[in-house]
Write a protein that binds this ligand. Structure first.
Ligand code: EPU
Length: 376
């Protein structure tokens, strides 16, 4: 069924809680409904939203907002080797999919637990957390091509995934394809990914039984997706604002990638300011965005590598942690997040704070921060 509303209040449809309206709002609940929508005749521009968790509405939306309620989780196939293909509708809340997988004992999606948003948007923006990106478990993305008016699908390789990026975000493709459902490959075989930060320690401490068992092998055997999910949810609840209590769009900025040479300069300055033993948090990455060990300073490999520096650290060093500016503020426990502190913040206040952060990080570190959040 297709439901159309005019001058729709979007306050509850964007996690930042911006009080904006859409001139036209269309919600549909089946793949077939898309054929009935006359895309040529919609008020422009057209914006397809998911959970509205990565958007900053800067004003009322003068065109058409579309929203999918395609809501199914279906196991398509299970191979004897333990691979399980699952088809999930674009309108499913991503964390409901994570919860379903953990109850089924299926591995692959547990590290992405509690990320706000819906399945369709997850495949567009390649959501990621704790060492896993959604591209690692996507097999195919099914879409409706609004230009050719036909259903198409893309293999994971064809989606051109990068850090919070895909072909669907490419300005030439943007808005053309509407994700209808996504095929994920999960697994019955244990595949814990625990290398990120202190995740392993947190998971190992989760259970008394784990602690009393000796050796890593014993712990690995004991792990379940549900156990890892529980730990991830606790970490996220500790660090990130609860969207229902305080509006935000999660990480506001992307983590910047800089040259090794640039990083060494930053580290030298940090050591002079913060002490000789101070270590600037960072991840060395190769051209395939894979984390590497630190090479020696003058090795030839060193010149080919780049370094991802947590934007949270850069912002904290510039003194922004916990600071307020009008109705907006920098979240005190994770400065990568800008919050609608009063619940009444205007878009201009959020953008003003964003610009001041960008300017000060540029002045102190010579690094350009880029928003992860899409400004509409
Ligand atoms: N840090 C600080 N100060 C702080 C908080 C963090 O210096 O107050 C530094 C620490 O060194 C910490 C590092 O930043 O080790 C990384 O922090 P965190 O693990 O929280 O991850 P992040 O890089 O800040 C990314 C994603 C998050 C995701 C986490 C966990 C981006 C833009 N953000 O944040 O994604 O949850 O990793 O994997 O890549 C989101 O996209 O909305 C989101 C929350």
């Amino acid at each position: 069924m297709v439901k159309t509303e005019y001058y729709k209040d979007l306050t509850k449809m964007n996690t930042f809680g911006m009080k904006v309206k859409a001139r036209c709002f269309i919600e549909y609940d089946s793949v077939a409904d898309l054929v009935d929508i006359e895309f040529d005749e919609l008020a422009r521009p057209v914006l397809h939203i998911g959970g509205g968790s990565n958007l900053l509405f800067t004003d009322d939306f003068k065109g058409t907002v579309l929203h999918s309620k395609i809501n199914f989780i279906e196991v398509l196939d299970e191979s004897p080797s333990g691979e399980v293909l699952v088809s999930v509708g674009a309108g499913v809340v991503f964390d409901e999919f994570c919860e379903w997988a953990s109850k089924e004992g299926l591995w692959g999606v547990e590290n992405l637990s509690y990320i706000p948003g819906e399945v369709g948007a997850s495949a567009v923006q390649n959501i990621g957390a704790y060492g896993v990106e959604v591209k690692d478990i996507i097999s195919k993305v099914y879409c409706y091509d609004t230009l050719e008016e036909e259903f198409v699908n893309f293999t994971v390789d064809e989606c051109g995934y990068g850090y919070r990026d895909s072909i669907f975000k490419n300005p030439r493709m943007k808005g053309r394809y509407i994700v209808t459902h996504v095929i994920f490959t999960l697994s019955r075989n244990p595949k814990p990914v625990l290398d990120y930060g202190h995740l392993k320690d947190a998971v190992y401490c989760q259970s008394d039984k784990c602690q009393s068992e000796q050796g890593e092998d014993a712990v690995e055997k004991f792990l379940t997706p549900a156990m890892i999910r529980k730990v991830i949810i606790r970490i996220r609840k500790d660090k990130l604002p609860e969207p229902s209590v305080m509006g935000s769009a999660g990480s506001f900025f992307k983590n910047p990638v800089i040259s090794m040479e640039h990083f060494r300069k930053i580290e030298t300055t940090a050591k002079s300011e913060l002490g000789p033993d101070y270590k600037v948090p960072h991840y060395i990455i190769d051209c395939q965005d894979k984390v590497k060990e630190i090479p020696t300073e003058n090795s030839s490999e060193s010149k080919l590598l780049t370094v991802k520096v947590p934007a949270a650290w850069l912002i904290e060093q510039c003194g922004w942690k916990g600071r307020r500016s009008g109705g907006a503020a920098v979240w005190e426990k994770q400065p990568l997040v800008i919050v609608n502190y009063t619940g009444e913040a205007y878009p201009e206040e959020i953008i003003g704070l964003e610009n001041r952060i960008i300017t000060s990080v540029k002045a102190k570190f010579g690094i350009d921060l880029h928003p992860e959040v899409e400004h509409i």
